[in-house]
Write a protein that binds this ligand. Structure first.
Ligand code: PMP
Ligand code: GLN
Length: 381
C-alpha cells in the first residue's frame, strides 16, 4: 500500500495518554474531563433508548437536536439558521472539520492555517489535495498569543479557498476579540474565501469576556462552517456528538460527503442531548465552573518554577519551563510524565515544522483532587 499520509504517525494525544497510563501519571495531557457528566443527561439518553429511538436518524441529524442547536445559536449569537437546510449533526467536531475541508478544497487550493493548529486540520487539507499556507501566531510581551492579521492578509492569494479559525484556541487558550473579527472581515470582504470556524470551546471563555462566534457577524456567517462539540460542553468527549452550521449551499455540499462517510450519528444520544438542551444552565454556567478550576490550577503553580501564560478560554493552561529545563518540549513532556508523573502536551506538536517555544500544555478539566495531586508533584519540580 502506498500511503496517502506518509509522514503522519499516531496523534500526540494518544501517545501521551498511553505514556501516562504506562507510568501511572496524572494525565493532564489529552484534553478530557476526569469527572462524571450530569446524571440528568444520562437519564435523558436512557429515556430516549426506552422510548425506541434506536434506529437510524436522518443523515442530517434528529430534528429535535437540530432545532435545539438553532435555538441556542439564535439565543446567544443572534443568528437564525434554517433547521433543515443549514445544520448537520456530526460524530464529534472532528468529522465536521474534515468533511468541511473535503467538500470545499480542490486540488491546488490554498488553505490558511494559523499555527499552533489543532492536529486534524493539516491531514484533511492534504487528503483533499490542498496546500496549507501556515501563519504563526505571535507572542506578546506578557506571553499571550495573538493572530498577526497583517500576515494573514499577506498570505492571501487568488488560490486561497479557506481560512481556518479556532477560538477559543487550542492549545494556547487565547480568544479572539471584536477587533480580530473586524480584521478578519476586512480580509475576506469581496473575496470568495470560506471560513472554517472551530468553536468547540465556545462555552469556555473567562473573566467576563464573550465568545466571538462567526454567527455574531452576518458577513462572516454567510461564508462560514461553524463547528462545535457536545463532548466539550457537556463533559462527554467519548460520546462523539457535534455539529456544523453553515449556509444552505455550503451545507448541501457538506452533506454529500457526510452521507457516505458516516451517514448519521447515533440516535439515542441525539435525542438525549436535545432534551437536555432545554435547560441552558449547563452551558451558561460553564465559564464559572471552569474559571474556578483554572484559577485553582494557576494559584497552585504560582509558587513553582513554571511560568504561567495567559489562559482566557478553553480548558488548557500553557506554561514555560525554561527555569526548570533546557530540554525540548517533547523531551520535557516525556520527562514530566515518566519522572514527575504528570502528563502534558508539547506545543511543538501543533506546528508542522515542530517549532519549539519551550512551552507545554496542561488540561485543567479535572476533579479538584486530581489537580491537587498534580500540583503537589509539579511544585517539587
Ligand atoms: N477541535 C479542537 C480545537 C479540539 O480541541 C477538539 C477536541 N480535542 C476537536 C476539534 C475535536 O472535537 P470532538 O472530540 O468533538 O471530535
Ligand atoms: N482535543 C483534545 C486535545 O486537544 C484531544 C482529542 C483527541 O485525542 N483527538 O487534547
Amino acid at each position: 500500500l502506498i500511503s496517502r499520509l506518509p509522514h503522519i504517525g499516531t496523534t500526540i494525544f494518544s501517545r501521551m495518554s498511553s505514556l501516562a497510563a504506562q507510568h501511572g501519571a496524572v494525565n493532564l495531557g489529552q484534553g478530557f474531563p476526569d469527572f462524571a457528566c450530569d446524571p440528568k443527561l444520562i437519564d435523558q439518553v436512557t429515556i430516549a433508548m426506552r422510548e425506541g429511538y434506536n434506529q437510524y436518524p436522518t443523515g442530517m441529524g434528529a430534528l429535535e437536536l437540530r432545532q435545539a442547536i438553532v435555538d441556542k445559536i439564535q439565543r446567544i449569537y443572534g443568528h437564525r439558521y434554517d433547521v433543515n437546510a443549514e445544520v448537520t449533526v456530526t460524530p464529534g467536531a472532528t468529522e465536521a472539520l474534515t468533511t468541511a475541508i473535503l467538500c470545499s478544497v480542490h486540488p491546488g487550493d490554498e488553505v490558511i492555517v494559523i499555527e499552533p493548529a489543532y492536529d486534524s486540520y493539516l491531514p484533511a487539507i492534504e487528503l483533499a489535495g490542498g496546500v496549507p499556507v501556515l501563519v504563526q501566531m505571535q507572542l506578546d510581551a506578557h506571553g499571550g498569543f495573538s493572530v498577526p492579521w497583517a500576515r494573514v492578509e499577506a498570505a492571501v492569494t487568488p488560490r486561497t479557498r479557506m481560512i481556518i479559525i479556532n477560538t477559543p484556541h487550542n492549545p494556547t487558550g487565547s480568544v479572539l476579540r471584536a477587533a480580530d473579527m473586524a480584521a478578519l472581515g476586512d480580509i475576506v470582504r469581496d473575496t470568495d474565501i470560506l471560513i472554517l470556524s472551530d468553536e468547540v470551546y465556545e462555552h469556555m471563555v473567562y473573566d467576563g469576556q464573550r465568545h466571538e462566534s462567526m454567527c455574531r457577524y452576518p458577513e462572516l456567517a454567510e461564508r462560514s462552517f461553524v463547528v462545535s462539540s457536545f463532548g466539550k460542553t457537556y463533559h462527554v468527549t467519548g460520546w462523539k456528538v457535534g455539529y456544523v452550521a453553515a449556509p444552505a449551499m455550503m451545507t448541501l455540499e457538506f452533506r454529500k460527503i457526510h452521507q457516505y462517510n458516516v451517514f448519521s450519528v447515533n440516535t439515542p444520544m441525539q435525542h438525549g442531548i436535545a432534551s437536555y438542551m432545554e435547560d441552558p444552565a449547563p452551558y451558561t454556567g460553564l465559564p464559572a465552573f471552569y474559571q474556578r478550576k483554572r484559577d485553582l490550577f494557576r494559584k497552585g503553580l504560582e509558587g513553582s518554577r513554571f511560568e504561567l501564560l495567559p489562559a482566557d478560554g478553553t480548558y488548557f493552561q500553557c506554561v514555560r519551563y525554561d527555569r526548570i529545563s533546557a530540554q525540548s518540549e517533547a523531551q520535557f513532556a516525556e520527562w514530566l510524565t515518566s519522572e514527575i508523573k504528570v502528563a502534558a502536551i508539547p506545543v511543538s506538536a501543533f506546528y508542522r515544522d515542530g517549532k519549539d517555544s519551550g512551552i507545554v500544555r496542561f488540561c485543567f478539566a479535572k476533579k479538584d483532587e486530581t489537580l491537587a495531586l498534580a500540583l503537589e508533584r509539579l511544585a517539587r519540580v
